[in-house]
Design a protein around this ligand. Sequence first.
Ligand SMILES: CCCCCCCCCCCCCCC(=O)SCCNC(=O)CCNC(=O)[C@H](O)C(C)(C)COP(=O)(O)OP(=O)(O)OC[C@H]1O[C@@H](n2cnc3c(N)ncnc32)[C@H](O)[C@@H]1OP(=O)(O)O
Ligand SMILES: CCCCCCCC/C=C\CCCCCCCC(=O)OC[C@@H](O)COP(=O)(O)O
Length: 270
Amino acid sequence: MDVLWMVPLLLIPLLMWTSGAFVFYFKKFFYVAWMMCLALLAIPLCILKSGGRDVENMRLIRSLVRHVKYLLGLRFEVSGWEHLQTEGPYVIISNHQSSLDVLGLMEILPDRCTMIAKKELIYAGTVGLICWLGGIVFINRKKTSDAKSVMADAAETMLKDQIRLWVFPEGTRNQNGDLLPFKKGAFHLAVQAQVPIIPVVFSSYRSFYLRKEKQFKSGTIRLKILPKIETKGLTSDDVSDLCDKSFNVMHSAFLETSSSVPQSNGPVSH
Ligand SMILES: CCCCCCCCCCCCCCC(=O)SCCNC(=O)CCNC(=O)[C@H](O)C(C)(C)COP(=O)(O)OP(=O)(O)OC[C@H]1O[C@@H](n2cnc3c(N)ncnc32)[C@H](O)[C@@H]1OP(=O)(O)O
Ligand SMILES: CCCCCCCC/C=C\CCCCCCCC(=O)OC[C@@H](O)COP(=O)(O)O
């Protein structure tokens, strides 16, 4: 009789564990906390290796982050690797659904490649500092003229230091099951530097991750690297067409990869 009252005590954590919302918050908290810890480890390693802010640090950051997908029950299916075998600088553009995109980005990140990010990220504790050490270019989205001038400088640096830049042209995270219209910064950047654009598409996360519904199951993400789009000879007059062309190829690839993503709730095989 005495032990009976303990049943609800044992059931409550069990119910919480099996409830989708509990798993969602647990995995999100774990992700942020673990990334913070990894960044704490990466900071001294990067300083020892490169002495400070250097795009080469991204190689080390990438190797530290690659295992995180396993801890969250995610797997990636990458296609189109051959399109990244392009010499010299280029601009990678991809859709942006969640901070989990960092895991896919780290799956395929080429050498000497860093990102364009909102300036608020620099205040994200150890993650902010590691972003700075990895050479991430921070822009102020609230001041267009500042953002434009930082990106114009980035175009010069890309050529001078042979750097590749990853930009999220939607400009914000989006989980509406489609792509948002693209902003034009990435395309101005590529035209100013006269470098190719390599589009990358992440399939929809909606089969395993729903932010509003508090659902975060195991799942598969298709990452499709598309053929490069040349910008040689283009001028600022061509930016709108370039933007439309890039959007169209990415939109088709997004619909195609997202329709065939395997649903996976059980154990993840690799
Ligand atoms: C061990 C632990 C490790 C942890 C490691 C973690 C690593 C994490 C890295 C991940 C980082 C991910 C971060 C993702 C983000 O932060 S996304 C948000 C930031 N990115 C962007 O916003 C990029 C997309 N935005 C743009 O391109 C915008 O155009 C922008 C340049 C920002 C300006 O935006 P806005 O002010 O809204 O203006 P418009 O877009 O409306 O543009 C106004 C007109 O200006 C023209 N324009 C735009 N850019 C340029 C330019 N560079 N040069 C010249 N002209 C430009 C644009 O065409 C518009 O004119 P028209 O209307 O076309 O005439
Ligand atoms: C206020 C600073 C930003 C909060 C970051 C919280 C701390 C994150 C810590 C670990 C998470 C792993 C690395 C994640 C980096 C992801 C960056 C990101 O996804 O930023 C969102 C940005 O693309 C668009 O922002 P909005 O959708 O416009 O909002």
